[in-house]
Design a protein around this ligand. Sequence first.
Ligand code: ADP
Ligand code: 5GP
Length: 213
Amino acid sequence: MSNDTNNFRRLGNLLVITAPSGAGKSTLVKRLRTSISEIAFSISYTTRPARSGEEHGRDYFFVSISEFEKMKDENQFLEWAKVHSNYYGTHKKTVTEILLQGYDVILDIDVQGAEQIKLAMPEAVLIFIMPPSFSALSERLYSRDLDSKSVIEHRLKAASKEVACYDKFDYVIINDDLDSATTALVSVAQAERLRPNRMSNKLKHILTSFPLS
Ligand code: ADP
Ligand code: 5GP
């Protein structure tokens, strides 16, 4: 990146989005990405087998347990966790590089991962997506028709613990009506861009137009 301050771009925000499986995170993240510019999605590494329709490098980087452990030992992950019997991790270097380019980065990660991120990067913005009810969550998981009954039951069992953690987050969005939830998520991302430390580049030109007092 150039050292020329005129070319200096703001550092992006790290938006951490967490929800119990089936609450609508992927749907909302897709809508967020089409609603605002200069935002990128961090593709995680996982040892979970790919579901039908998923692509290596688009949905996840699908790796073996030994490959994952090697990356973990080499400290390549910003955070990692075992979720629903599989390992998942966020690649540190990729995220840092995108943030330095001034883009916001979205992480779709679980509660344990969100907690690790807050410790490593306190300025990260933690957003919890809450389903409208347990029965709605169950219906969404079954009607999505992506996982077996045993996988879905395992995920539903984990959901009670996950929703109880909502108060560790900076924002909570109830995903009942999809359009309202999308508006709320876009509003959070836009509002976070208006924090003074994110505005310094734009403010510089305005401030220098004022005579020194
Ligand atoms: P997650 O990524 O959190 O596991 P998905 O985004 O895959 O969840 O959503 C789970 C299912 O629920 C999908 O079939 C999706 O179309 C549906 N869904 C998402 N949001 C809503 C909503 N507000 N109302 C009804 N169905 C929804
Ligand atoms: P799925 O298998 O349905 O794609 O994801 C299962 C869970 O793993 C979701 O809660 C998702 O947010 C979480 N997850 C995906 N990638 C990561 C990651 O890199 N780190 C952590 N901690 N969780 C992740």
